[in-house]
Design a protein around this ligand. Sequence first.
Ligand code: AHM
Ligand code: MG
Length: 333
Amino acid sequence: MSDPIVTVEHFIAEQERRHPEATGAFTDVLLQLSLAAKLISRSVNKAGLVDILGDAGKENVQGELVQKLDEYANDVLIHVLTRCGSLAGIASEESEEIVPIPAAYEAGPYVIAFDPLDGSSNIDVNISIGTIFSIHRKRSRGRDATLEDLLQPGRDQCAAGYVLYGSSTMLVFTTGAGVHGFTLDPTIGEFLLSHPDMMIPEPGKRIYSVNEGHSTTWTEGQQRLVRHFRGEEGGGTPFSSRYVGSMVADFHRTLQYGGIFMYPGTRDKPEGKLRLLYEVAPLAFICEQAGGASTDGVTRVLDIQPTDVHQRVPVYLGSRSHVELASRYLSED
Ligand code: AHM
Ligand code: MG
């Protein structure tokens, strides 16, 4: 065996050893997340075999249909994270209010926001889906997190990551020291370091990723940007178009090949669809850590001051030069 085998546990412990001031609280959160990821991965892989497909018949706070696996993923994450002793509060796409840490368990110095199962419309059709998370240090003094603890700008994240349940299950995260990817080896139940120091190719592959079905509702700048990508404006050759409809999957491709992922606002819904705290900001942090860029069209994503846990923002993520091109077209709006 030539390369050393590094488990995510070993990698996180190594990172912590380099910071003597660390208390281990943060490591606990990441390790519990990797446990939850394995449990969710197991269920996602079984989804076609047992009767857990289909809608659970309820609507979540966004008014969308909640599916059974969404509920399971949310329950697993809340179960393991409330008990880890390192968190003071949890925000989830599936919960309107902040989830407190029950008095029976210890509370700790961090807060987490997550989307338990992103791309849920793809569950029934065996297409990649993901979990996205964002961790901040708690700012307030009391035991329990306040709203302000969750409403911190993305640039202050301590860590962010995602789990991709695809042809294999991958955990990709940053603690602000590069982006590292781990692939789950299901035979031993361990995430093994497979993609150290991930960097977005610059300029990377000429790929744009957007739901073009909404194009008639876009602003003039957005329409001209996509005409540029199609080679109809600006004199360049056309880009390729790729769109899975699962942000984690579309972002994961962008991280490895380069290109740009977009979920723009429309004239009627200028805020777009994707949620700042647990979809857009964590992927923007990873993107920047990998040498890429992110914007909402005007402002760097990581500089946006959140005002609501479930706030939506337009988003453009990917290779720096493509995101800069997007900003130039959008500035004309
Ligand atoms: P979800 O959190 O309900 O799964 O919605 C978020 C998903 C993203 O993964 C994806 O980028 C987007 O919605 C796709 O939306 P659309 O179908 O409008 O293109
Ligand atoms: Mg989502």
